[in-house]
Design a protein around this ligand. Structure first.
Ligand SMILES: [Zn+2]
Length: 493
């Protein structure tokens, strides 16, 4: 069972990188798992999984199995808005009173072994709330799944960003989303696993985890087990993840693994992404001292000559400032590190090392898992690289966290450097919600950076516009309005 963590640790392939990790909180979880020994990983995964025996039967969204309509989100919110006991200005949510309702056995894993993606970033969580959409009445519905009923304040906090959420409604209306499943992570008592119970979001295009519900397209939101969650980060998840749903049919999306990338789309994106990556890696050249030192100190861990040669190849590339040559490119042989547009992602030195070994047919995963020093090295190298990427000027400008957390790209949502899916979703999210600040941020960039960023915005808008059916008026109006506003602030109208 430790497959999820070991995959994340050793070989962060695109599928893993993209799927669960909307949040930097999620990144914390990922980082911390790299510290674990194989035994701890196995222990962390020993939770009981739901029974998968019965065959799935589809259920229309918005309707309970009894065909009794679910209550309206709007009605519940109106009730809560008139309730003087509700604090309407909560910036930080905590779920301590909700948590007291659950018993240990209420927490389970979400088993999507036969779905896409087959790994859901959840180790042990309990159902809280399900949001659906009734297409006939064009209304959001909810199903309270808590044992004793959601506390009113939590109800208010969780439902408010659903109301008037055009992106979310469009994801439902276009048939690319059946439900939002909000769950509460179990508190992880083992301090070495700290971060595993943090918050997270994930769009799952083929969710077969619940046999009673049949095949679903689900946005999962995992509320933090033992931490707090900023209201703005929760709200951002409810836009970011539905944007994944809306872009999931594009041939370049990893959510459509069986669809061949269309040549035209591929050409558009390759150039833009290649330029962004070159800018980012040029900037990173001056910041590699820490990671080079880590590599020097740990070179001795790889005694086998072919492995050491690969390690040295990465070291020299970093040292000479030509690390870019180790990044995946279109035309390369496909491996775990290439996504559909290989240029739209940056792999760090550890992944580059793994990639070189993979190309030579060498697999050192087992030898890493039995060595605490090597596991620690993975974590150090990944963390050092992440520190460089987080402060990278171009990627910071394209990270939601920069806009939601007052200039801190390392916090909150957004990891545009991961792959095509994350890049287009982060860019579109920022454009839709922060068109002015986005434009002002880009104005501060160098001419070359700004030029490429503008090309990215253009190709993102064009792609999303094409992906969402033309009759989704509200969405297209919103997209056009914010694009024009962004352009106007840029002084381009
Ligand atoms: Zn994402």
């Amino acid at each position: 069972m430790p497959e999820r963590e070991t995959t994340i640790t050793i070989n962060p392939g695109p599928e893993i990188q993209r799927s669960p990790l909307i949040t930097r909180g999620g990144r914390t979880a990922r980082r911390v798992t790299t510290l674990l020994t194989a035994a701890a990983l196995a222990a962390a995964c020993s939770s009981v999984l739901p029974d998968q025996n019965s065959s799935p039967t589809p259920r229309p969204p918005g309707v309970e199995q009894t065909h009794k309509p679910l209550p309206l989100v709007e009605d519940e919110l109106n009730k809560l808005k008139n309730n003087p006991a509700i604090n309407k200005n909560i910036n930080v949510m905590s779920f301590s009173s909700l948590r007291s309702q659950y018993k240990d056995e209420d927490y389970t894993g979400v088993n999507n072994k036969d779905g896409i993606p087959n790994e859901i970033s959840d180790y042990s969580s309990a159902p809280v709330l399900e949001i659906t959409y009734d297409k006939d009445t064009q209304s959001f519905r909810f199903h309270d799944e808590t044992p004793k009923g959601l506390p009113e304040q939590d109800f208010y906090n969780l439902l408010l960003p659903v109301e008037n959420n055009i992106v979310l409604a469009t994801a439902f209306k276009t048939g690319r989303l059946d439900r939002v499943a909000i769950r509460l992570n179990k508190i992880e008592p083992d301090p070495t696993l700290k971060g595993v119970d943090d918050y997270n979001g994930q769009y799952v295009i083929k969710d077969v985890s619940d046999s009673k519900k049949g095949i679903q397209q689900t946005v999962y939101l995992f509320l933090p087990g033992d931490n707090t969650l900023n209201t703005i980060d929760y709200k951002t998840l409810l836009i970011h993840e539905p944007l994944h749903a809306l872009t999931s049919r594009e041939s370049l999306s990893l959510s459509s693994p069986d669809v061949q990338p269309s040549t035209e789309d591929l050409t558009h994106w390759q150039e833009v992404c290649k330029d962004i990556r070159t800018i980012a890696l040029d900037e990173a050249k001056t910041q590699t001292q820490d990671i080079l030192e880590i590599m020097r100190e740990n070179r001795h861990l790889f005694a086998e000559s072919q492995v050491q040669t690969a390690f040295d190849e990465v070291y020299k590339a970093l040292q000479h400032g030509d690390f870019n040559k180790l990044e995946p490119k279109t035309g390369d042989q496909k491996d775990d590190f290439t996504s559909k547009v290989p240029e739209c992602g940056v792999i760090g030195p550890w992944s580059a090392f793994m990639r070189i070994l993979t190309m030579k047919g060498i697999d050192i995963t087992d030898s890493i898992l039995v060595s605490d020093a090597k596991v620690a090295l993975v974590d150090k190298m990944q963390q050092a690289w992440q520190d460089i990427m987080v402060k990278n000027i171009i990627f910071a400008a394209l990270s939601e966290g920069t806009y939601t957390n007052a200039g801190s790209p390392g916090e909150g949502a957004g990891h545009p450097e991961t792959d095509w899916d994350e890049l287009i979703v982060s860019t579109t999210d920022i454009l839709l919600n922060y068109p002015d600040t986005f434009a002002q941020t880009l104005q501060k960039l160098s001419d070359q950076e700004r030029k490429v960023a503008l090309q990215l915005v253009d190709v993102s808008v064009k792609t999303v516009d094409f992906q969402v059916p033309a009759d989704e008026d509200a969405f297209h109006r919103e997209l056009r309005k914010n694009y024009q506003r962004f352009k106007a602030t840029m002084g381009q109208n």
